[in-house]
Design a binder for this molecule. Structure first.
Ligand SMILES: [Zn+2]
Ligand SMILES: [Zn+2]
Length: 227
């Protein structure tokens, strides 16, 4: 499975030359996960999967953009424009099996992770507080997890009103969550903590685990994954 990171910047004003674009991950030149920038359409994906309808993952939700996307586009919930379809539990497309796994992230929009299976098994989460325990069995053995690098500080940025929980967990907790299922985690959607000294930030990520390879994505990074 060939994975190309098109954009790796979180919803922050900070950026750097290798982290200037919002979320997008292209798999095998055919499946695009998140559409944080209009220009990602130029890669001519066969199908698009959106983790949630926040503008850094779905640029078209901004009020001032005029867009009609002709490529099949799935999202976790309905969207007023006709081009968006509600993601079913699973779908087979272009030689890949793609399954939706609900995630906890926002109070206002639904969110989902995607488990992509072909010659490898990869989980892409989008923004993330947590995944309910009842879904952990579906992870199986993952060759790679791509997840939310918004906050490195302990606890991340998690809000609660007693009924729901929303925000982004800290990177350390996400490493704990996934390290039973994989030995390779790539953080994307890099938050403001990353930009002061990206080299130091990369080192921090690498030092988080002895057993799991933890690294940061950058715009244009390519990885080949097999099982
Ligand atoms: Zn979000
Ligand atoms: Zn985001």
């Amino acid at each position: 499975m060939k994975i190309r990171f098109l954009g790796t910047r979180a919803n922050t004003d900070l950026s750097s030359s290798y982290h200037s674009k919002h979320s997008g991950v292209l798999i095998d030149d055919a499946l695009l996960f998140d559409l944080g920038e209009r220009e990602f359409l130029e890669t001519n994906p066969y199908v698009i999967f959106i983790t949630h309808l926040h503008p850094d993952h779905a640029f078209f939700v901004l009020d001032d953009v005029d867009v009609n996307i002709e490529i099949p586009l799935y999202a976790p919930e309905e969207y007023e424009e006709a081009f968006a379809r509600v993601m079913p539990d699973e779908i087979d497309v272009e030689g890949h099996h793609v399954a939706s796994i609900p995630t906890i992230h926002s109070k206002l929009v639904k969110s989902t992770a995607y488990l992509i299976e072909s010659d490898a098994r990869v989980l892409y989460t989008g923004d993330l507080v947590w995944i309910e325990k009842e879904y952990h069995d579906t992870f199986g053995e993952l060759d790679l997890v791509i997840t939310d690098g918004s906050f490195i500080r302990e606890g991340g940025f998690v809000m609660s009103d007693g009924e729901s929980v929303w925000g982004h967990n800290g990177i350390g907790r996400l490493v704990d969550l996934f390290s039973d299922y994989t030995d390779h985690i790539i953080f994307t959607h890099l938050g403001s903590w990353f930009y002061e000294d990206p080299r130091d930030a990369r080192k921090k990520l690498q030092s988080l685990s002895d057993s799991v390879r933890v690294e940061a994505a950058y715009d244009g990074k390519e990885v080949n994954v097999d099982s």
